[in-house]
Design a protein around this ligand. Structure first.
Ligand SMILES: [Fe+2]
Length: 185
């Protein structure tokens, strides 16, 4: 690259940078799989580790005949915990945002408040935190996602599909080329 400061860049420099970023971004399925494997180290006091929890949530989605995108969202909904448990819904939602629908993005972004129905009261928080989303078109899907798949998936005895089962789905969902030559540097 010829420039050492952005204000000296030329259009062809940025075209080249865009190409390089797109090339690296094509590794996204590998990055997601590696982040999911990191979740295996996180038990955080639960009966199963966070990878197993994601696999179990996704397995329930498979058995409920959810769409492939929703299955992958179920698998990845807690992926943000690799960075921070506190704000993991926002981190996870932003990671998957370029690859999924607005509805799926919102379900991952808000899933903790939906989960709150089942444990917020124990912590002095509002168990009806989900009610603020009542008028959203994705509310029912988010309810199903958390009440039927996510909050039930801490069971060491549940027959859970392995990561290998989901890998082709990860490959398909995260292979979309999302890179536009833009001002996102
Ligand atoms: Fe979860």
């Amino acid at each position: 690259m010829s420039f050492t400061r952005m204000d000296q860049g030329r259009t062809d420099d940025w075209m080249e940078i865009g190409k390089e970023v797109a090339k690296r971004q094509s590794n996204m399925p590998l990055i997601i799989k590696s982040m999911l494997r990191q979740l295996e180290e996180q038990l955080d006091g639960f009966a199963i580790n966070q990878l197993q929890h994601g696999l179990q949530t996704a397995t329930r989605a498979v058995r409920d005949e959810a769409s492939e995108e929703m299955i992958v969202a179920a698998l990845c909904h807690d992926i943000g915990k690799v960075i921070s448990v506190d704000n993991h819904p926002a981190i996870g939602a932003e990671i998957i945002k370029p690859y999924v629908s607005h509805e799926t993005y919102q379900i991952v972004r808000t899933h903790q408040d939906f989960q709150g129905k089942h444990y917020y009261a124990l912590m002095g928080k509002d168990p009806n935190a989900r009610s603020r989303y009542e008028n959203e078109p994705w509310f029912e899907m988010a309810r199903k996602f958390t009440d039927e798949w996510d909050q039930t998936s801490f069971d060491p005895d549940y027959e859970t599909l392995p990561l290998e089962y989901f890998e082709p789905m990860i490959d398909r969902v995260f292979s979309k080329n999302t890179i536009k030559l833009s001002a996102n540097q």
